[in-house]
Design a protein around this ligand. Structure first.
Ligand code: GTP
Length: 273
């Protein structure tokens, strides 16, 4: 077993997966699928729900932010709208995260996976102090991997693909943790095109040109294409170190590959962190 920090300590058995995704990417369905997949393999995970606004969770959570923070009450008491309410609820929860972490640490050698579900509004977790505090605390306690869910059918246009990848890149640099991109909904749209664009930026540039020829100025002024061409070169470096898998949270396709990639990412954590 690895000794990542050279303190003579063994890494705990559990791998934490922080699941992040834009609204509509299928994060909830993905969490549900991962949960049932692990139960079927007799590896029930330890689950944390950090979304205070979720009405119905289609899986059991061991720790649920809704048990300690009353989101509608927070909105009322602080006179906040929906997003301010979620942010404040998360801040309040974070003040108690040391207690949460001690529960997680107690179970870290009994389970293989700790799953962390984040609020549906992605930036509330990725661009808040609370999100960073929780991520850093978790990653200092056990091997942690960031799992970024992408809505594959909605990312087939080159400009959308690039925006999504730049966002993924920004999360990688913010968390600095092993990172896994999950192309979801492969039952509707194969992720092969994305793997090809990531492997060879010239293929991405060809797709951009083709799109311009078929859609004309619909995608904005042509100079933006040259900006995207340059950015595709920058992203090429990001792609080289990136793990990407395709899954269908709906059908369960790709789950074995997903967990192989999570284990590889865990090894990266043990080597690098
Ligand atoms: P929250 O923001 O946390 O509510 O989750 P989400 O909106 O990211 O995802 P949700 O699981 O609610 O999925 C959004 C929509 O995508 C729903 O209509 C799902 O049924 C659908 N969906 C999710 N995963 C898949 C998939 O693998 N295949 C298909 N075809 N549809 C999916």
């Amino acid at each position: 077993p690895a000794d990542p920090k050279g303190k003579g300590k063994q890494s705990p058995r559990a791998t934490a997966m922080i699941v992040i995704g834009m609204a509509g990417s299928g994060k909830t369905t993905f969490m549900q699928r991962v949960n049932s997949y692990l139960h079927e393999r007799n590896q029930p995970p330890y689950v944390l729900n950090l979304d205070p606004a979720v009405m119905h969770l289609p899986f059991d959570a061991n720790i649920d932010i809704r048990d300690t923070v009353d989101y509608p009450e927070v909105m009322k008491q602080y006179n906040l709208g929906p997003n301010g309410g979620i942010m404040t609820a998360l801040n309040l929860f974070t003040t108690k995260f040391d207690q949460v972490l001690s529960h997680v640490e107690k179970r870290a050698n009994d389970v293989d996976y700790v799953l962390l579900d984040t609020p549906g509004q992605i930036e509330i977790f990725t661009w808040s102090a609370s999100g960073s505090i929780i991520t850093d605390a978790l990653a200092s306690a056990l091997p942690t991997v960031v799992v970024y869910i992408i809505d594959t059918p909605r990312t087939t246009a080159p400009a959308t693909f690039m925006s999504n990848m730049l966002y993924a890149c920004s999360i990688l640099y913010k968390t600095r943790l092993p990172f896994l991109v999950v192309f979801n909904k492969t039952d509707v749209q194969s992720h092969q095109f994305a793997l090809e664009w990531m492997r060879d930026f010239e293929q991405f540039q060809d797709a951009l040109l083709e799109r311009r020829q078929t859609h004309g100025d619909e995608d904005g002024p042509a100079y933006q294409d040259s900006l995207m061409n340059s950015m595709s070169l920058v992203l090429d470096e990001f792609y080289k170190h990136l793990r990407a898998v395709g899954v269908s949270a709906m059908t369960g396709e790709g789950m074995d590959e997903l967990f192989d990639a999570v284990q590889e990412a865990r090894q990266e954590y043990e080597r690098e962190y």
